[in-house]
Design a protein around this ligand. Structure first.
Ligand SMILES: C[S@@+](CC[C@H](N)C(=O)[O-])C[C@H]1O[C@@H](n2cnc3c(N)ncnc32)[C@H](O)[C@@H]1O
Length: 423
């Protein structure tokens, strides 16, 4: 017969006020170093404990029964955040960038983060080991391989070896046979080298038995306050005929979420001289739009909202640029010396933002003479305010700019879920 109650010596009284020696495995020390703040090991352990306790309070169930997702080239994990919000069980994010992995881990519930260089295809075996040990069958593989080689923004080199990184996704699909594969990239990829790049990706997955569909999705149509287009390849492992139903737009130009609706409740930072990275601020007002309400639903304070110092000359010039215009709208005598077409772009308060990039200092707030903060960019990308970014400021801007907007990811993920449920 078993008795209820705690075993003697395991209750709160037995540990209160006592000092403990605990043995920490080498692998755990590595994880502590990587993921938890603190100047000393003790401080890191305390942060780790706080984190664990917070997670219990969030009562996030381990979703054993929901479809599993692995995110390759995860970055901060905007795409998989969308899948998480659609009810998927994100189990792992993989990248080779420490700061991005730290952000991923802190914001994806129970998911693990793994540092791997995916140039080295033998590393893909480590993913199988991870899933086997945890007895996880993978349902969905998602990934946004680096797009510089494909991008219209970067140098387009047919032989840029970064183009070959997507083949780590092909190898992973071959090894793990997930039912669905989602590969995201810039739309320019579809027409690159007269469509050869697109065809090669399709053929590679087809040869593994995937039926492929491709579509460019426009983020404002799915509630994202930002002009951003992304191409999605969706592959389904099936022997029969199947056409993937890409999500139907639910907003049009007349009701897109605009910059003001996205960020007007955040502190202006006018006159703020505090540039320290970890400062947490209060909201400057109650939510002023449904979008702000949604972004704040799990948050009571503002992280990653740090101003950038600009030269007096820049402040003067941007104040002369009308909303929605750039340096070309300045009087001719002020128009010299700008390198980019979009230099000194000031967002329009009543329109979605321009495409958020990885941190060029060319786009400015619609109202304040400064570039948007990481948090403002995160809002334009539809990351909720409780999604906190780690690393230095440059790394944070990069993570935000690289990401698939979670709301766009969620719209796509719902369609993937429908597909899996109808199987
Ligand atoms: C476009 S971002 C992915 C963004 C992500 N899908 C999201 O929604 O947040 C590409 C990522 O690939 C990672 N990456 C680049 N080369 C890599 C490599 N050789 N091995 C692993 N990750 C790599 C970068 O660090 C970057 O985070």
């Amino acid at each position: 017969m078993s008795r209820g109650g705690k075993r003697p010596g395991t209750g709160r009284k037995s540990i209160e006020g006592k000092e403990y020696r605990i043995k920490i495995e080498d692998s755990q020390i590595e994880q502590l170093e990587l993921f938890f703040e603190g100047n000393t090991v003790s401080e890191k352990i305390r942060t780790c404990l706080d984190y664990g306790i917070k997670k219990i309070h969030e009562k996030q169930p381990i979703m054993k029964d929901s479809y599993t997702v692995l995110d390759l080239f995860s970055g901060a994990g905007g795409l998989s955040k969308g899948f998480m919000d659609a009810g998927f069980n994100v189990v792992l994010g993989v990248d080779f960038d420490d700061a991005a992995l730290k952000t991923f881990k802190a914001n994806h519930g129970h998911a693990e983060a793994m540092k791997l260089d995916l140039f080295n295809h033998s590393n893909v075996n480590k993913l199988k080991e991870f899933l086997d040990i945890k007895d996880i069958k993978l349902d969905v593989l998602v990934g946004g391989p680096p797009c510089q080689g494909f991008s219209l923004a970067g140098k387009r080199e047919e032989l840029d070896e970064r183009n070959l990184l997507y083949s780590a996704m092909v190898k992973t699909a071959e090894l793990l046979k997930p039912k669905v594969v989602v590969l995201e990239n810039v739309p320019g990829l579809l027409t690159l080298y007269k469509g050869k790049a697109k065809q090669q990706i399709i053929n590679d997955f087809k040869s593994l038995g995937y039926k492929m569909d491709v579509q460019v999705l426009y983020a404002p149509n799915y509630g994202v306050p930002q002009i951003r287009k992304r191409a999605f390849f969706v592959g389904i492992l099936t022997e029969g005929e199947y056409n993937f139903n890409f999500p139907i737009p639910y907003l049009d130009e007349n009701n897109y979420i605009n910059c003001e609706q996205a960020v007007s409740d955040l502190p202006s930072l006018a006159g703020c001289e505090d540039y320290s990275l970890n400062v947490v601020r209060d909201y400057s007002s109650k939510p002023k739009s449904d979008y702000q309400q949604m972004m704040r639903s799990n948050s009571i304070e503002v992280y990653n909202h740090i101003p950038t110092r600009h030269e007096e000359k820049t402040i003067k010039l941007i104040s002369m640029v009308p909303e929605g215009k750039n340096y070309k709208a300045l009087p001719p005598e002020f128009q010299t010396g700008f390198k980019y077409n979009e230099s000194l772009t000031r967002y329009h308060s009543k329109k979605p933002s321009r495409t958020i990039d990885t941190g060029h200092r060319t786009h400015f707030h619609y109202k304040w003479p400064r570039i948007p903060t990481v948090r403002e960019n995160a809002r334009f990308q539809s990351f909720p305010d409780d999604f906190i970014f780690y690393g230095n400021k440059q790394q944070q801007y990069k993570q935000v700019g690289n990401a698939v907007p979670p709301l766009l990811g969620k719209a796509l993920a719902k369609q993937v879920k429908e597909l899996l449920e109808n199987e």
